[in-house]
Write a protein that binds this ligand. Structure first.
Ligand code: 5RP
Length: 258
């Protein structure tokens, strides 16, 4: 059995190999500590990416703390993809599925960019469909990110890799063409695996990802709707009116909230 220890104090954490990692960790820990109603929240969504690693780690610490373990042992964690399933399991947390638990109390997930209105670009890791399924099934969606993700105004300012769009494989040429001709997309590319010759990235749902560049996005909701209407599009990485709050960690260990 795992050794019982109390939850480490966020003000006194061991140093990591980089201040960027420390920024991600402090955002994740603070987001969990300030938003998880451990006595009442039971079904918890765990998103994808490198910041969420620290969300799962923090939830695992609740499980090992004698003060909280009675509650934390009741948590059921809902993943948003393969990586997130692994994070849940390696931190000793209980795994559930969105089919079993279609109503989720709270979800913690990362973002590629967050604008001033809490609209998001997600899908840098290719998990956007399940992330959207889980986050729109949750009563509360808390974004965890480092300082680089906060846009001064519009989406498409800091994040220059484009809007991720999940498409049915046979439709990708059609969607690439439609994005350019119908939606005035500046540039759209099929996301390739590494090494490039390995072929397209295939999502957990066996689909492809297109990264579509629109420059600064003044009307993300309209753009989301327009992309969604194209034949072959499964989901877009524009998360509109979905997030409740965002935590941005800084390299000096401080956290800003939106
Ligand atoms: C994956 C995502 C991630 O949440 C997003 O890419 C942020 O990742 P990170 O925490 O590594 O910056 O949307 O599809």
């Amino acid at each position: 059995a795992a050794k019982m220890t109390s939850i480490p104090d966020v003000k006194n954490l061991p140093t990591l190999h980089s201040t960027l990692e420390e920024a991600k960790r402090v955002a994740a820990y603070r987001a969990v500590d300030e938003n998880l109603d451990y006595a009442n929240h039971r079904v918890i969504g765990v998103g994808s990416g490198s910041t969420v690693i620290y969300v799962a780690e923090r939830l695992g610490q609740y499980l090992l703390d004698p003060q909280f373990s009675i509650y934390a042992s009741q948590f059921i964690c809902i993943p948003t993809g393969f990586q997130s399933k692994e994070l849940i399991l390696t931190n000793g947390l209980r795994l559930g599925s969105v089919e079993q638990y279609p109503v989720i109390d709270i979800v913690f997930d990362g973002a590629d960019e967050v604008d001033v209105n809490l609209q998001l670009i997600k899908g840098g890791g290719g998990c956007l469909f399940q992330e959207k399924l889980v986050s729109t099934s949750a009563s509360k969606f808390v974004v965890v990110a480092d300082y680089r993700k906060r846009s001064p105004k519009y989406l498409g300012t800091n994040w220059v890799k484009g809007v991720p769009i999940e498409v049915v494989p046979t439709s990708y040429i059609r969607v690439l063409n439609d994005l350019k001709t119908k939606l005035k997309c500046k540039n759209a590319v099929l996301r390739q695996g590494a090494p490039a010759k390995a072929g397209p990235v295939v999502t957990d749902n066996c689909n492809f990802i297109i990264d579509a560049h629109f420059g600064e996005i003044e009307h993300p909701e309209k753009l989301h709707q327009d992309i969604k209407m194209l034949v072959g599009v499964v989901e877009t990485g524009l998360f509109i009116d979905n997030a409740s709050k965002a935590y941005f960690g800084n390299p000096d260990g401080s956290v800003e909230m939106l």
